[in-house]
Design a binder for this molecule. Structure first.
Ligand SMILES: NC(=O)c1ccc[n+]([C@@H]2O[C@H](COP(=O)([O-])OP(=O)(O)OC[C@H]3O[C@@H](n4cnc5c(N)ncnc54)[C@H](OP(=O)(O)O)[C@@H]3O)[C@@H](O)[C@H]2O)c1
Length: 249
């Protein structure tokens, strides 16, 4: 698909992978709208990219999500990038209190992209070209058991992407799924440092470059770097790759 001349809404586009995408899409001559909960991060992003359009929005809040959709439609959006997400380690041996004490990954990583897609598809069907891009994860293909809910939301987002692509195949709305490996961002809120993990992952710029190239080549599933091994492993050798990833934890 054409990667210039579009109007693109990137959820969570004020930081990390979303911000790299915003910058690269803008360089290619697209108009870019981003949202996030922290006004300070959106303001910083706008300092770096002065033409960036920003809106404070918690995508897990139904009313705020509705107002985000209205804003995007009024701006002429033709590409929705479901990028916003969060990641938590959750130990189920500690029961419900540990699960309930933090942000709800199911609502931000799965429910919000599903509802935003439903809200925008009828509008996108009237735009040409049009697309939805879902940012899943290699961990949606082979889970890392210390973050079980995160991995489950990403597996579900993969499944949703496959079904949505099939449903929309006759409409002209393309459905892309970009599948990053570990990326050096603030996603884990310092958890990698706390567990002494030295590998910080690839740069968010690499994910953004892979996405733009994949879209230009109409490759609907875009695994990036080492995520390709997890995608392939999940299809040919699930148990062995799962044991390899989880045996030392
Ligand atoms: N980093 C990795 O290793 C990695 C690997 C595979 C996939 N991914 C995926 O890539 C996507 C982007 O993550 P990232 O690595 O770039 O981390 P990040 O910098 O923390 O980006 C996440 C963005 O989502 C926003 N966000 C989170 N919850 C939100 C909510 N309820 N409403 C609105 N915005 C919300 C955050 O802003 P606020 O906090 O201000 O709301 C932030 O801008 C995520 O879906 C993540 O799962 C990341």
């Amino acid at each position: 698909m054409k990667t210039s001349g579009n109007t693109i809404l990137i959820t969570g586009g004020g930081t990390g992978i979303g911000l790299s995408m915003a910058r690269d899409f803008m360089k290619e001559g697209n108009e870019v709208l981003v949202c996030g909960r922290r006004e300070s991060r959106l303001f910083e992003a706008q300092q770096r990219l002065p033409n960036l359009k920003v809106k404070v929005c918690d995508i897990t809040d139904e009313e705020e999500r509705e107002s985000l959709a209205d804003w995007a439609i009024a701006s002429g959006v033709n590409i929705l990038v479901n990028n916003a997400g969060m990641q938590r380690m959750v130990n189920f041996t500690r029961g419900l209190p540990e699960l309930a004490e933090g942000d709800n990954e199911i609502r931000s990583n799965l429910e919000a992209p599903v509802y935003l897609s439903a809200r925008l598809v009828p509008h996108l069907m009237r735009r040409k070209p049009a697309a939805i891009v879902n940012v899943s994860s290699g961990l949606g293909f082979i889970p890392l058991a210390i973050m079980p809910v995160y991995c489950a939301t990403k597996a579900a987002l993969h499944s949703f992407s496959v079904s949505l692509r099939h449903q929309l195949s006759a409409t002209g709305v393309m459905v892309f799924e970009v599948i990053p490996p570990m990326v050096d961002t603030d996603l884990d809120r310092g958890a990698r440092t706390r567990r002494g993990q030295e590998d910080r992952g690839i740069s968010p710029d690499e994910v953004s470059k892979a996405l733009l190239q994949g879209m230009a080549e109409d490759r609907v599933e875009i695994p990036v770097g080492a995520a390709a091994n997890l995608v392939a492993g999940s299809r040919t050798n699930f148990d062995q790759v799962f044991q390899g990833m989880n045996s030392r934890r």
